[in-house]
Design a protein around this ligand. Sequence first.
Ligand code: ADP
Ligand code: MG
Length: 253
Amino acid sequence: MAMLEVKNLSKSFGKLHVLKDINLDVEKGEVVAVIGPSGSGKSTLLRCINQLEKVSGGTINVCGTEMINYSDKGKPIYADSKTLRDIRLKTGLVFQNFNLFPHMTVLRNITEALTVVLKISKQEAAGRAMELLKKMGLETKADAYPSELSGGQQQRVSIARALALEPEILFFDEPTSALDPELTGEILKVIKALAADGMTMVIVTHEMAFAHDVADKVIFMEDGYIVDEGSPDHLFGDNASDRVKQFLQRFNS
Ligand code: ADP
Ligand code: MG
């Protein structure tokens, strides 16, 4: 079953065309890595899918529900607010800079959406949060504030926060780019464990060895287009397009 179907997606900021005719399918349990140079539109793609930006054209279908329809004149019309909310609950996004609430404890960072959005009791939310913190190796940090944690720990909290809402598909936008190299590995390990659990994921990353290892499919974006895509062996192999090879050279040297 398709968890995500993006068709002919375009996005402009004024005259700047950032996404141009993006087509992307993600099946249940599939892990898709998105690579490409800075400014190619990777974050904007994730932000459009996660309803943080409005599209200029094209459609996004999450778990069988269309986010956008079109008027006769071709103007995008978003679904009603209940439908959008339902879709939002099916997707989770983990940011490069963690985006934790600085004034809330680790526990409350995770329980807040559960109690406020899902109306789950405080007690049950805390139980779910503690279970996830244990899974992330952070059960002793429940009462700490984000500023008291390392970057890697903060990122694990933000992954736990996303998982607490039990998304059908989880998106990561360069989850290790803000981390020191020695902390990168702990996050990649967590993501690998999620992949082994069958989590459907789309991961924007510059960690090429990790992408090769964990992804079922790799997408190369440049200048708002998907320029090449395929299995990791294709994208990281001799048959990739010259542009991909040129891009990857940077990471091999
Ligand atoms: P990537 O994540 O691949 O580095 P982005 O999606 O962040 O690329 O950005 C793609 C292009 O869109 C860049 O040229 C960027 O400057 C531009 N852009 C992103 N967000 C905005 C915005 N809110 N307003 C105007 N331009 C934007
Ligand atoms: Mg980006």
